[in-house]
Design a protein around this ligand. Structure first.
Ligand code: 89Y
Length: 336
């Protein structure tokens, strides 16, 4: 399958490398408003053609799908461009800047019968995928509480300075990952209560957020921080987890260690993600999950059942993102 990419920023290089691990797909062109950036990436990833105009790229290269790896403000216009050309489209998270725009894009592609899915990779991280299997097996009985932590002093703004200019920062950037993860484990939410704060000076949005969901039988708390707080155990970009059930507990600890404790004791397993030479060691667990995410997206594009993160599903995650912002703004519990 021949595909084209829009965006040549920090993540595009790794996402293209991850496509290189998926059999049967080939990137034929890259587009970025900054031609030099696109040319540099194309040279590094053996992509034959470079454009600065996405419409021209699509019309000349006639790809079989488009992969949007640009900043969130560009997602809406690019998905609309693909839909208008009946071109199947994959878009990076977060889907769009407002719930109304997310709903409009999903409806547009549905009505145009254009496959639309989201590159949402956290649920594909190896240790987190193991947790999904353990919960499905009933390893700890019925879960009643879960804590998901992504608290880091790592300077994410160094590699992604645009995040510092977003009025909506950590919930839109990281919350969408962790809320999607929680949905993939516990199903849909009934309510959310969220509080945010800003520790860094000179940024536009929140760099700390705590969200508490009621999700079926479970109360799920998601703690996020990119406040630059010195931590004894810095393990960016790992997601740490603790789940309590009526017959046991599951912990995801630093180093990709998954511990399951029941009456008969604790079983600890290190669930290492696949290692790729192209991955940035500081982001390895996230970047390796891109391959599994891509594999599921292509399986769906080849006529399989919808991708786990197809846009209609991801819209439910985005509803949690914007409901969390509403709750933070009103100070109240937001029913869903
Ligand atoms: O942008 C985010 C992502 O998708 O994964 C981690 C990150 O780079 C910073 O939160």
């Amino acid at each position: 399958m021949r595909f084209a990419v829009v965006g040549a920023g920090f993540w595009a290089g790794y996402q293209l490398a991850a496509w290189g691990e998926v059999p049967g797909v080939r990137c034929v062109a890259i587009c970025d408003a900054d031609r030099a950036k696109a040319e540099k990436l194309a040279a590094a990833r053996n992509v034959p053609a470079v454009y600065t105009d996405a419409a021209e790229m699509i019309d000349r290269e006639k790809p079989e799908f488009l992969d949007i790896i640009a900043s969130v403000a560009a997602h809406g216009p690019l998905v609309r461009l693909a839909a208008a050309r009946k071109l199947p489209v994959i878009c990076q998270k977060p889907m769009a800047e407002s719930l109304e725009e997310c709903e409009a894009l999903v409806a547009l592609c549905r009505d145009a019968r254009v496959p639309f899915s989201i590159h949402e990779n956290f649920r594909w991280q190896a240790p987190l995928r193991r947790v999904k299997a353990l919960l499905a097996q009933g390893a700890i009985g019925t879960p009643f509480r879960c804590r998901i932590d992504m608290i880091s002093g790592f300077d994410v703004l160094a590699n992604q300075p645009s995040l510092g200019r977003e009025k909506r920062f950590i919930i839109a950037d990281l919350g969408c990952h962790l809320f999607d993860l929680a949905r993939s484990w516990f199903g849909e939410a009934q309510s959310v209560y969220c509080r945010t704060s800003q520790v860094h000076e000179g940024i536009a949005g929140e760099d700390v957020a705590t969200a508490m969901f009621s999700m079926g039988s479970a109360t799920v708390t998601v703690n996020m921080a990119y406040a630059g707080t010195p931590l004894e155990r810095e393990c960016f970009p790992e997601t740490l987890v603790f789940i309590e059930g009526d017959r046991g507990s599951i912990e995801v600890a630093p180093g990709c260690v998954v511990r399951v404790t029941t009456k008969s004791g604790t079983e600890a397993t290190t669930v290492r993600p696949p290692a790729y030479e192209w991955a940035n060691p500081k982001y390895a667990i996230v970047q390796s999950s891109m391959v599994a995410c891509h594999t599921d997206l292509v399986r769906a594009l080849r006529g399989g059942t919808p991708a786990e993160t197809d846009a209609a599903d991801n819209l439910k995650t985005m509803r949690l993102v914007f409901a969390a912002y509403d709750s933070a703004q009103t100070g109240g519990v937001r029913p869903l």
